[in-house]
Design a protein. Structure first.
Length: 582
């Protein structure tokens, strides 16, 4: 894919900016501008991620047949964790494509798969019984969401063409309700997100759309240059016009209405690949950030009452890189939500530090890219990043990062294959920044193997107290990585049940305090690339033996506080109730 190189502010200017607005001047940031050269600290965690895909019963291969140099073939596909049967264990949906683009779809073509968690470390493929194969769909992404507030997770799957909404019937089966709901999209859908933008208690759906991939408009035999390398014209997204995104407003009767254009959040020229919601200004309203390809990214501030304002330029996030993945989390533990963006080759990944708390929650919202200062910038220049997320894999109380990579350049010796790349497992050492444990083998051999990764998402699928990972590979096998060792520290997991708010509690803000450390997260954060992690709130507690307090600020505005909570367990908190359940 052809993307422009983005010119960032000089390192010196960024340092000056931070020095003038940080609240904690004593916590000096280690000034690192060559993250490849960082020495791995001796006190890094001894966590190993073990490939347990086969023993867990997951046998999933993306697509079939040889590539035919078409853009849709190279872009998929993703994964989604969600507990669809409410047994307390995360289930897994893997999105697939039937084979070469434009070829007839045979009866034995690959389909998307639903794996039910057997609660013993293994899964069972129940796709056919459940009725969620997405047969014939050229699959891209997926996300679980309880759109009708019946306590059961429903599933939305994006495709090139007609996307699909599967309603959970509660008996292990699903019904395709796409047409009745009015959410077919009929565009090239990418990374969907469920969130309640108007806080009416019902989940809405944002669907980023990529390009109008119309080959009839491509000159025969045309090619283009990608950093001096000739590639087929059909692989260059700049050859095709962008298409508007969708914001499906929940009508509370099982149907939706697309209000994206009316609310000016459709980003019609965007070529969008990913989107994420977050309450960046801590005002109880969910903003939308859209990651684009060969188009500037967009940040839409939620003004309330169904109104949005485009603040991309004023927030300093209107970058012009190829953004594939988005991660949201409070990596610096200052109480506001930051962003990490995975980018294409030669552009460097971005770590956007939210300056809202540094500005004492006054004035305009601003971010600044501190990737190099925290050791996660220059390390990525030679790779194309895709799925990404913040997660505390060692439960030490600091948000770590995972980024999966895979080139879109074709192998010079075999043009039917793409060049594989290794992932990054970026361990956070607090104010000293991030250190990659993957390349050195410090986190196990599985993460040293190059692959053409696309989707990535996390969940504690075996419920042993640490976070595991699923990674999907373009034209390759999915890989389930079990976290072995992260549960040496303590942890707390919270599940929410909304009453006045949406049933899942998506968008609630949680603030936890333990041993003098405060952590902030938002419930149900989504992003990554074509993928979604388990919708729950996870806190690593280090050596803390109790939680001093946990505060939940619900989308409805209700506020609950719980004190002296136990550790190493999952709590269920219901809006309006004064007690929690374990």
């Amino acid at each position: 894919m052809n993307r422009r190189t983005f010119s960032v502010l000089s390192a010196g200017l960024l340092l000056d900016t931070l020095a003038g607005c940080r609240r904690h001047p004593k916590r000096a940031v280690q000034r690192v501008f060559n993250s490849d050269a960082r020495t791995l600290p001796k006190d890094h965690p001894s966590v190993v991620f073990t490939d347990v895909t086969r023993e867990a019963g997951i046998d999933f291969v993306h697509s079939q047949g040889a590539r035919t140099h078409q853009l849709p073939e190279d872009m998929g596909s993703g994964a989604a964790w969600g507990d669809f049967d409410n047994d307390g264990y995360p289930d897994l949906y893997l999105v697939n494509q039937p084979g070469p683009w434009g070829h007839p779809v045979g009866p034995n073509a690959p389909t998307s798969r639903l794996y039910r968690n057997n609660r013993n470390g293994t899964f069972t493929d129940i796709t056919e019984k459940a009725g969620v194969a997405n047969r014939g769909g050229f699959g891209m992404g997926a996300a679980w969401g309880d759109y009708d507030n019946d306590g059961l997770l429903d599933l939305y799957v994006t495709n090139y063409g007609r996307s699909v909404l599967y309603h959970n019937n509660g008996d292990g089966t699903f019904t395709d309700v796409t047409e009745r709901a009015g959410v077919a999209n009929n565009r090239w859908g990418m990374s969907p997100i469920w969130f309640d933008y108007d806080n009416d208690g019902w989940l809405d759906l944002y669907v980023p759309n990529y390009v109008d991939y119309d080959l009839t408009k491509v000159p025969p035999g045309a090619s283009s240059q990608e950093y001096g390398i000739a590639v087929p014209f059909t692989l260059n997204p700049a050859s095709f016009a962008g298409v508007p995104n969708r914001l499906y407003h929940n009508n509370r009767d099982g149907t939706f209405t697309d209000v994206a254009s009316h609310l000016h959040v459709d980003d019609p020229d965007g070529r969008s690949l990913a989107a994420a919601f977050a309450d960046f200004m801590l005002n109880g309203r969910q903003d939308i950030y859209v990651g684009n390809d060969i188009s500037s990214n967009q940040l839409f501030r939620n003004l309330g009452r169904g109104r949005f304002e485009n603040i991309s330029a004023s927030s300093w996030t209107e970058e012009y890189r190829g953004t594939m993945g988005i991660a949201i989390g409070d990596f610096d533990r200052d109480g506001d939500l930051d962003m990490f963006l995975s980018h294409w080759t030669g552009q460097g990944d971005a770590l956007y530090q939210n300056l809202w708390m540094e500005q004492q929650q006054k004035g305009k919202l601003h971010f600044t890219d501190v990737a190099d200062m925290f050791g996660c910038g220059s390390i990525s220049y030679s790779d194309a990043g895709w799925g990404t997320f913040f997660f505390d894999f060692d439960n030490d109380g600091w948000q770590d990062l995972m980024v999966v990579n895979g080139s879109t350049f074709e192998d010079k010796t075999d043009s039917t294959k793409l060049v594989a790349e290794r992932p990054f497992l970026l361990w956070s050492k607090g104010q000293s920044g991030f250190f990659d444990l993957a390349s050195s083998g410090a986190a196990g051999n599985a993460l040293t193997i190059p692959m053409n990764a696309r989707g990535a998402a996390y969940a504690d699928y075996d419920r042993d107290g640490d976070l595991d990972v699923i990674v999907t590979s373009n034209h390759g096998r999915a890989m389930l990585l079990r976290n072995d060792g992260g549960n040496r520290n303590h942890w707390l997991c919270a599940h929410l049940v909304g009453t006045r708010s949406n049933r899942q509690g998506i968008g609630a803000r949680l603030v936890l305090e333990a041993n003098g450390v405060r952590q902030t997260t938002q419930y149900g954060l989504q992003g990554s690339y074509l993928s979604s992690s388990m919708p729950e709130a996870w806190f690593g507690l280090g050596h803390a033996i109790k939680v001093d307090s946990l505060t939940v600020i619900w989308p409805s505005g209700a506020r609950q506080e719980f004190r002296n909570l136990p550790v190493d367990r999952t709590l269920t908190i219901t809006e309006g109730r004064t007690v929690w359940e374990s």
